[in-house]
Design a protein around this ligand. Structure first.
Ligand code: PLP
Length: 362
């Protein structure tokens, strides 16, 4: 049976990326060695990192004056690396979910970290707009896509933030929507994320950083937590996650061959519309996120109150039809279908057909 992978992360990658990665594990570029056993210093691997960096810059339109680096530690390590490198006294955070809250918690260890607004009281079903960004903050932190709740900063809300931020550098956790749409990188001081949602297998973190923001804090920064170490070392200061970087490079090639982020956005809009439309017309399901903040990457829905007891039954029904990973995050319940770049329209249609078929039995 064909399986459709709706996992939230680690998550679906393009078939050809999986296949090419598997080939490199057996024989890396005809060298007679596995990618798992070559030196990262070897002549073979430097071109991989160089190409991955170049493709990130090309696909996202990264301007001059920014560095792209690949690190370990996940997005979660960035929660503390960001304040370590940028925060002298004060920072500001928009609390739109558990990941944003975890980022805020780390910053509190470095000084005054202000929560400018929060939608925690509604279990994060929307993204707040009524707030000011303190102009004396060293940066303002946002999470562009809230993986657990299925909310995403729309282009309109991003534009508002670009206006509102004034001269305060903007820092964004883009773990779960990087490369899913065009983004104006010049508006940001730092963009970071775990690559295991939309780019690579688990184990690598991408960071795009505006060089001029670094070297301004007075504290000592441990070598491994200093962005400058990894910029100067070309992501090779120490042993980088070789295999995930290779897969990331393959995913970036795939994305370029398929029209880049502009084309990806068009496909992502179509996929999300198809599923939201199905849920909006459903007898038994209802979407959880506020409509204007709906994510194109993670579609969250629950059973209507009168159908609550069908939870396990629908999950079983969907699983039997090849739908993988449609269970909601434990803090939200219900269902979540993640529609990252590699998910096809055909896959989303299969889920829609499954939902309709289930409803017919009511
Ligand atoms: C998954 C996720 C994280 C955590 O990433 P790790 O790489 O596991 O640390 C952080 N932020 C967002 C928005 C995520 O989706």
């Amino acid at each position: 049976m064909k399986k459709y992978n709706f996992n939230a992360g680690p998550s679906i990658l393009p078939d050809e990326v999986i296949k090419q990665t598997a080939e490199a594990v057996i024989d890396f570029q005809g060298e007679g060695l596995s990618i798992l056993e070559i030196s990262h210093r070897a002549k073979y691997f430097q071109p991989v990192v160089d190409e991955a960096v170049a493709l990130m810059k090309e696909l996202l339109g990264v301007p001059e004056g920014y560095s792209v680096i690949f690190l370990g530690g996940g997005a979660s390590l960035q929660f503390c690396m960001v304040p370590y490198n940028l925060m002298e006294k004060k920072s500001a955070y928009l609390n739109t979910g558990v990941w944003a809250k975890k980022a805020l918690k780390e910053a509190k260890g470095f000084g005054e970290a202000v929560e400018v607004a929060s939608s925690a009281e509604s279990n994060y079903i929307y993204i707040p707009t009524e707030y000011e960004i303190p102009q004396d903050a060293d940066y303002f932190h946002i999470t562009t896509n809230n993986t657990i709740y299925g909310t995403e900063l729309s282009d309109k809300k991003l534009q508002d933030i670009y206006k509102k931020k004034g001269n305060v550098p903007l820092v964004a956790d883009m773990s779960s929507d990087i490369l899913s749409r065009p983004i104006d990188v010049s508006q940001y001081g730092i963009i970071y994320g775990g690559a295991q949602k939309n780019l690579a297998p688990a184990g690598v973190t991408f960071v795009i950083v505006k060089n001029e923001l670094l070297g301004k804090v007075s504290r000592h920064i441990p070598t491994m937590l200093d962005y400058r170490t990894h910029i100067d070392g070309g992501s090779m200061f120490n042993t980088p996650p070789v295999l995930p970087i290779y897969s990331a490079m393959l995913t970036l090639r795939w994305l370029r061959e398929n029209g880049g982020v502009e084309a990806a956005e068009k496909r992502n809009i179509k996929k999300a519309e198809l599923l939201y439309d199905c849920i909006d017309h459903s007898k038994i399901f209802v979407g959880t996120a506020k409509e204007e903040d709906r994510s194109r990457m993670n579609v969250c829905f629950v059973l209507k109150p009168e159908y609550q007891d069908l939870q396990d039954d629908f999950f079983k029904f969907a699983t039997e039809r090849g739908m993988v990973g449609v269970k909601g995050h434990r803090s939200v319940g219900g269902f979540r279908a993640s529609l990252y770049n590699a998910m096809t329209l055909e896959g989303v249609q299969a889920l829609v057909d499954c939902i309709r078929e289930y409803e017919k039995r009511m």
